[in-house]
Design a binder for this molecule. Structure first.
Ligand code: SAH
Length: 223
C-alpha cells in the first residue's frame, strides 16, 4: 500500500482543521505571503504520505517517503516558495519531485510546473497522484543537474535537494529576471541561496541561512 491508497482516502473536516492549524503555525513562523498560506491550506498533504502515517501529515516536519527520500517540511516548502517569487502563469522548474507535495503547492498557485526526479519509483508514484488531485505538471524521470533545456527559459527554478555546487545548466536555463532557489553545501546542512539572473551573464547571489535537505544525487549514479 502506498500513496495511491489516497484513492480511497478522503479530505474530511478533521484534515481541514489540522491544515488550518498548520497554516496558523506557519504564520507564527514568519511566513507572510497569504497566497502561499492559502495554497498550503488547500493541498491535502496527507495524500502524499502512506495512510498509516497520516497523523504526521500536518505536523511541521519532514517525513520519510520511498527510496530513502523525504517529503519536505511544510515550513521549508513555504520558505522556498516565498523565495522563488513566482506568480500564477510563471514557468517553473523543480528539481526533486519526491512525493510531489512541493509541486502540488506550486501548481495550486497557478504556476506552470516542470519537475524532474531521478528515482524511478518516486517518479512513477507522483504522476498519477498529482493527476488524480487535478494538477497538471509535466514530470520527468531524469537528472536534475542537466535541468530541462527544451522548455527553458524558466521564470523560476527550485531545487529541493542539497546540491554540492550550483549546476551550470540551471543558471543557463533561467530567464533574465528569473530566480534560482537552491540549497548548496556538501555536508548534512547547506546554505539556502537565491541566484537572480539580471543579465545574459550577470547573476546576483544572496544567502538566506542554513537548510537541511537530502543530498542531490550524482549525475552518473542513475539507476
Ligand atoms: N520536493 C519534494 C522533496 C523530496 S526530497 C517533496 O515535496 O516531497 C528531494 C528529492 O530530490 C528526492 O526525491 C530525490 O530523489 C531527488 N533528487 C536527488 N538528486 C536528484 C537529481 N540529481 N535529479 C533529480 N532529482 C533528484
Amino acid at each position: 500500500m502506498h500513496y495511491l491508497s489516497f484513492v480511497k482516502a478522503e479530505d474530511n473536516y478533521r484534515h481541514k482543521g489540522l491544515r488550518k492549524k498548520l497554516v496558523e503555525k506557519l504564520r507564527v513562523l514568519d511566513i507572510c505571503n497569504e497566497e502561499i498560506l492559502s495554497a498550503i491550506g488547500n493541498v491535502p498533504r496527507h495524500f502524499f504520505l502512506d495512510s498509516s502515517f497520516e497523523q504526521f501529515a500536518y505536523t511541521n516536519k519532514a517525513f520519510p517517503i520511498a527510496s530513502g527520500q523525504t517529503i519536505s517540511q511544510p515550513q521549508t516548502v513555504a520558505q522556498q516558495t516565498e523565495l522563488l517569487q513566482c506568480k500564477s502563469g510563471d514557468k517553473v522548474l523543480e528539481i526533486g519531485t519526491g512525493s510531489g507535495y512541493q509541486c502540488a503547492v506550486l501548481c495550486e498557485l497557478g504556476m506552470k510546473v516542470y519537475s524532474i526526479e531521478r528515482q524511478k519509483d518516486l517518479h512513477d508514484l507522483s504522476g498519477p497522484l498529482l493527476k488524480k488531485m487535478g494538477y497538471a505538471p509535466t514530470l520527468y524521470y531524469g537528472d536534475g543537474y542537466k535541468g530541462k533545456e527544451v522548455f527553458a527559459p524558466y521564470d523560476g527554478i527550485i531545487v529541493t535537494c542539497g546540491a554540492p555546487f550550483v549546476p551550470k545548466a540551471l543558471l543557463s536555463q533561467l530567464a533574465i529576471g528569473g530566480r534560482l532557489v537552491i540549497p548548496v553545501g556538501e555536508g548534512e546542512t547547506q546554505r539556502m541561496l537565491t541566484i537572480d539572473r539580471v543579465g545574459e551573464s550577470e547573476f546576483n547571489k544572496k544567502d538566506h541561512g542554513v537548510a537541511a535537505f537530502v543530498p542531490m544525487l550524482e549525475e552518473k549514479a542513475r539507476d
